[in-house]
Design a protein around this ligand. Sequence first.
Ligand SMILES: [Ca+2]
Ligand SMILES: [Ca+2]
Length: 130
Amino acid sequence: MKKIAVIIIFLFVLFFAGIYLGYAQVAPAANPALTRTVDVNKDGKADITYYNDGKNVAKIEADTNYDGKPDTTVHLKDGKFESAEVDTNNDGKIEKRYYDAPSFSEWLNKNHSEFHDDMYFSNGIFTARY
Ligand SMILES: [Ca+2]
Ligand SMILES: [Ca+2]
C-alpha cells in the first residue's frame, strides 16, 4: 500500500511540475534585466516602468497620479511610438488613446509635465534617458 501512495504522490508532483513548466513557457515572467524604472516624485516608489524587448523599449507604463497603479501605457515598435492609452480618471478603463507622439506629448506636458522628460519622443523615436 505504501508503494502505491508513493507512486500517487510522485504522479501528483509530476503533474503539477508539468503545469508549472507549461505555464512558465506560455507566460514567461517579466525579465528584470530588461526592465528599468524611474521614481518621478522621489518617494522611493517607481512611477515609470520601461519594458525592453532586448533591443528597444517596447512598452512604457506610468503611474501619473502616484497611487501605485499604472494609468498610462505607451506601446512602441522598433523604438518608435505606436500608441498610448490613458486611464484619466483611474477607474481601470481607458479614456484616451493617442496614435501619434506629438498629441500624446502635448497631453502629458499639459497634465503631467514632470513625466515629460522621462517619456520623451523625438520625431516619434523614444529618446528619453531610461
Ligand atoms: Ca514615486
Ligand atoms: Ca495611477
